[in-house]
Ligand binder design. Structure first.
Ligand SMILES: [Zn+2]
Length: 378
């Protein structure tokens, strides 16, 4: 069975490259809904032409999310990803679409427009070689993943709850591995309030917010636990006005990551429970873990074993690994729905100027995905 998918996808190689290039050619920065919707219109028309039922889901601040469904039946498999990118309009001038030395280059190609094309080719292959049976394949392509998924999260979670499995088409690990665990990602803001005073005339009347913040930073830093993968980074600090004024205000922005839900909860609880160390200073901590960890549960491991079996049938090896960054797969996994991430292209340079995908790896990748979809829909 998987062999057929390889032949089918190999026959569609040019179609696949054209699909990828068409999406990359229409730039779609997260913060420009009009541009994003241009890319979405192209994607929607291509999916509609393949027989999908496509719905545009309007969002308040981002472009329209796209939901496309193929087939009908009570069982649902969700293919998930985004078509917004981190690149501003005009980036194509510095990063033109080009094929060079077996690589296809362009802004947003690896993260993750090639993944959308791979998912689509794989779905076509399954429909052509046996069909979807009593199952529907739902694609959800969102427009605000790169800026926190605020407007898409509820939609993603609702579709995931209806699904037996979620395949996420974010970039693969180096060499093509899938992501069976991802850290949860949190962001906190700490605001400190003190009392200003003249640094020379009235220093005793002041309460330094900067001094309080400095002490807090030491406490926050101590939350790190490299052995269990907990990182806490005070990435931004601000405070004070002039050298000769005891500062009344200071602020820090903190990034926190954890592998397990328990660690994420512990970091969040500790952050929220911090109290001032200097008498008279005031402290507020806001924020939290926006993306829960994608934990390698038994369900995730089971789904990976199925993907690995499909790859083996094709004579390929498929590895697994973890990622320090979060994706929308974190939301679906946290609901207990078996989720595998990193089904996108093999390549390198996400969010970087050398962003590209490996052309020769595309067809086998699509065949593995098709084989897995066929297994999950059988
Ligand atoms: Zn991405």
């Amino acid at each position: 069975m998987p062999r057929q998918f390889l032949d089918y996808c190999a026959g569609q190689r040019d179609w696949l490259l054209d699909f990828i290039e068409a999406l990359v050619a229409i730039e779609s920065p997260s913060d420009d809904p009009i541009a994003v919707n241009r890319c979405g219109a192209e994607l929607a028309s291509r999916l509609t032409a393949l027989g999908a039922t496509v719905t545009r889901v309007a969002s308040t601040t981002a472009g329209d999310h796209l939901r496309a469904s193929f087939g009908q039946g009570p069982r649902q498999i969700l293919l998930l990803g985004h078509f917004d990118t981190v690149w501003p309009t005009g980036q194509l001038k510095t990063m033109p679409l080009k094929r060079e030395n077996g690589r296809l280059y362009g802004p947003g190609i690896f993260d993750m427009k090639a993944g959308i094309a791979l998912a689509t080719l794989a779905t076509r292959a399954v429909m052509a070689e046996g069909g979807l049976g009593q199952c529907q394949v739902v694609m959800l392509w969102t427009t605000d993943e790169e800026i926190g998924s605020t407007t898409s999260r509820a939609l993603i979670e609702a579709e995931a709850k209806r699904s037996a499995a979620v395949l996420v088409f974010e970039p693969s690990l180096p060499g093509g591995g899938l992501k069976t665990s991802r850290k949860g990602v949190g962001q906190f803001e700490m605001c400190v309030r003190g009392v200003s005073a003249h640094a020379g005339l009235d220093p005793g009347k002041g309460i330094s917010a900067v001094r309080e913040l400095a002490r807090q930073i030491i406490a926050i830093d101590d939350l790190q636990d490299p052995a269990s993968g907990v990182t806490v980074t005070v990435g931004v600090i601000e405070g004070g006005t002039r050298a000769n004024v005891v500062p009344a205000e200071a602020r820090a922005i903190i990034d926190a990551r954890a592998v397990t839900r328990a660690d994420a909860d512990r970091v969040e609880r500790t952050m929220k429970a911090l109290v001032p160390q200097i008498a008279g200073a005031q402290l507020t901590v806001s924020g939290g873990f926006d993306r829960p960890p994608l934990e390698r549960t038994a369900a995730v491991a089971g789904l990976f074993a199925e993907a690995q079996a499909v790859a083996r049938d094709l004579g390929l090896t498929l590895e697994e690994g973890s990622a320090g960054g979060g994706s929308d797969g974190n939301f679906t996994a946290a609901l207990g729905v078996p989720t595998l991430d990193g089904f996108g292209a093999v390549g390198d340079g996400a969010h970087a100027l050398h962003e590209h995908v490996e052309i020769e790896a595309l067809v086998p990748r699509a065949a593995v995905i098709a084989g897995l979809i066929a297994r999950l829909t059988a």
